[in-house]
Every structure is written in structure tokens, then in C-alpha cells.
Design a protein around this ligand. Structure first.
Ligand code: ADP
Ligand code: MG
Length: 338
């Protein structure tokens, strides 16, 4: 199990990571989701041992990795730009980590022929796993982006890493390819049970692949939970906005757990003791179990099988085509974001 404790990292007197702690359990895929520039790649570099934090610990199965150089950590990395060796064919790319691992464990002597057989077997096994069976002799430059990323994945998996890290691996691929490869990565992670950290700024991607999502903002993890938990309760204005979780409006507390809005008074179950008169940011979302509100549709947008009605700062999906200016009645759930 990987554990990060209170990691701090500063660049040019700017605090980038400010006390990051989390762990990744056996077989778990943890997804780190944050805007571009929020320090995601830096955190992966720190875990890989390519960057040093000013403070904090990285442990694997309880052992501090501070003295362990990158190549001895047994972590695999998959990057957005694939990072393949263009002068090597697919076989040699995938075999690279295996050969390195052998150099590393030189102590116990293996007969060269046996070793070569073992490497051949493992490379072909990995290429099969990523659906590139028989690609051994091909050149990197002859492959599509999606295929190159599969090779990168096979290369990372071949030495049986004890942790896999993905840094926006689908960032350079177009939409259809993205979805397919994402499903395959997910299936491979489940099958191999290798713990993984998957970094992205794309919430759909994160929610589709993660067992657990961590939201990174301003150097801190501001929300953690299963995709369903995080989506159900983003917990802050920033998170609700970043996830595009619904409309965000401001209410005024009338009692400790009731807020007045232009759409009526709502009860909150956030447990906060709001002072009367306090401004409270609220998330308003469509919900069949919610309370009915009315608003005037100012703008209608066609959205596949539904229509998006906008008005009074709200945005909702409606099944039947509404008219501009029409009063829309809709059931909503209101949640505190303070
Ligand atoms: P993300 O992967 O979330 O987009 P990064 O970890 O790549 O974010 O970088 C976050 C910020 O940290 C960058 O905008 C940059 O200002 C700073 N940074 C990253 N690496 C370095 C470095 N080696 N030297 C100085 N600043 C850096
Ligand atoms: Mg990055």
C-alpha cells in the first residue's frame, strides 16, 4: 500500500502542494482530479522519486521511500505523450523495463537463453493484454496515437510494477478512442489488481475510471470519496463549479438550517449552524424527490434528447421543448456549499 503523508512542494516561492496526504490500497485506482497547473504532474514526479518534496513522507507498505532511487521503486509510469523510444521497435520498447529489472537484480545469475525466452514470453503476454498481439516487429512511428499509448501501457506493466501512475494518458487522443482505451485500462487494472494513481483534469474520465476520486485545488485535497459520493456532495463552491454539478446560487440564512432564496425557503441538512442573515452559497439540482420551484426560461438549447432551459441563474434539462418566456416548474434539491 502506498501512503503519502503531508507532502509540501514549492516552486519560485509559490506553494504548489500544501500538505497532501492520501493512500492507495491494494488493487485500488485512485484518481487525482484538478485543473491544469494544480500540481498533479509534480505530485506524480515526487512519488516516482524524480522530484523531492520539501516536507512529507512517501511510504510503501510502511517503508519510507526517501532513500529509494526512482528505478528501484518498482513504479510504472504512463504519460500523455507516450514517451516511447522511437528508434526501438515495439518488442524492444516493451522489453526495456524487463531488461532494466534484470540488470538491477544481477546478483542472481540467470542463463542468458532462459532469460531471453522469459522476456519474449512476457512481451507477447503484455502485447496480448493491450490488444496488440503480434506487433513485436513494428516501428513506433508506424503506430497511431492510441496504439502507441497501448505500447506504453504494456511497457509499464511488463516488469510487474507494484504501483502504476498515469499522467493524463488519454489527453492527446480524440474522443472515441479515449473512451475505448479508458475502458480497457480499467479492465486491465481490475484484472491485474495493480494499485494505480490516475491523474487528469477531465472529470468524466476521472469518474469513469476511479474507485476513489481526490479533488486537488490550491495545493490541497479538498474532497475525497467514491465518484458517487463526490458527485452527490461536492462540498464547496469550487468543487461544484469544477464538476459542473448544477446551478450555484446565493441564499440568506433565516434560521441556522433554513435559507431564503428567490425561489423560496429551503431546509438544509449540512449540520452547519448558520447565523440569521448569513449569505450561504447553494447548489441547486434537479431531483424528483425535491421541492417544486418555478422560473422563467430565458434561453432554450437543444441537447440531444432533451432541452436545456436557462433562466434566473438556473440551468435545467427538460424533456419537452419549452418556449422562451415560459414559466418552468421543476423539482429541485438544494444543498449547502459553505
Ligand atoms: P499539472 O500537472 O496539474 O498541470 P504541474 O505539476 O505540471 O501541474 O505544474 C504546476 C505548476 O508548478 C506549473 O504551473 C509551474 O508553475 C510549476 N512547476 C512545475 N514544475 C516546475 C519546475 N521544475 N520548476 C519551476 N516550476 C515548476
Ligand atoms: Mg500535468
Amino acid at each position: 500500500m502506498l501512503e503519502l503523508r503531508d507532502i509540501f512542494k514549492t516552486y519560485n516561492n509559490q506553494a504548489l502542494l500544501r500538505g497532501i496526504s492520501f493512500s492507495v490500497a491494494e488493487g485500488e485506482t485512485v484518481c487525482l482530479l484538478g485543473a491544469s497547473g494544480s500540481g498533479k504532474s509534480t505530485l506524480l514526479q515526487i512519488i516516482a522519486g524524480l522530484e523531492k518534496p520539501e516536507q512529507g513522507q512517501i511510504l510503501f507498505n510502511g517503508l519510507d521511500l526517501v532513500q529509494t532511487p526512482t528505478h528501484l521503486r518498482d513504479f510504472g509510469l504512463v504519460f500523455q505523450d507516450y514517451g516511447l523510444f522511437p528508434h526501438l521497435n515495439i518488442f524492444d520498447n516493451v522489453a526495456f523495463g524487463l531488461k532494466m529489472k534484470n540488470v538491477k537484480h544481477e546478483g542472481h545469475k540467470v542463463h542468458k537463453g532462459v532469460l531471453q525466452k522469459e522476456i519474449n514470453r512476457r512481451v507477447s503476454e503484455m502485447l496480448k493484454l493491450v490488444n496488440l498481439q503480434g506487433f513485436e516487429k513494428r516501428n513506433v512511428t508506424d503506430l497511431s496515437g492510441g496504439e502507441q499509448q497501448r505500447v506504453a501501457l504494456a511497457r509499464a506493466l511488463a516488469p510487474r510494477p507494484r504501483l502504476l501512475m498515469f499522467d493524463e494518458p488519454l489527453g492527446a487522443l480524440d474522443r472515441n478512442l479515449k473512451e475505448n482505451l479508458l475502458q480497457e485500462i480499467r479492465a486491465i487494472l481490475h484484472k491485474t489488481k495493480i494499485p494505480a494513481i490516475y491523474v487528469t483534469h477531465d472529470q468524466d474520465e476521472a469518474f469513469a475510471i476511479a474507485d476513489r476520486v481526490l479533488l486537488l485545488n490550491e495545493g490541497q485535497i479538498v474532497r475525497a470519496g467514491t465518484p458517487a459520493e463526490v458527485w452527490a456532495e461536492p462540498g464547496s463552491v469550487w468543487a461544484a463549479r469544477f464538476l459542473e454539478a448544477g446551478a450555484i446560487i446565493e441564499g440568506v440564512a433565516v434560521t441556522s438550517n433554513r435559507v431564503k432564496t428567490e425561489f423560496g425557503v429551503f431546509a438544509l441538512d449540512c449540520g452547519h449552524k448558520h447565523a440569521a442573515g448569513e449569505k450561504v452559497p447553494l447548489l441547486v439540482r434537479q431531483s424528483d424527490e425535491g421541492e417544486e420551484i418555478k422560473f422563467k426560461a430565458e434561453e432554450i438549447l437543444f441537447k440531444r434528447n432533451q432541452f436545456e432551459a436557462r433562466g434566473a441563474g438556473l440551468v435545467f434539462l427538460i424533456d419537452k421543448a419549452p418556449a422562451v418566456g415560459q414559466i418552468i416548474q421543476i423539482k429541485v434539491e438544494v444543498q449547502c456549499l459553505a
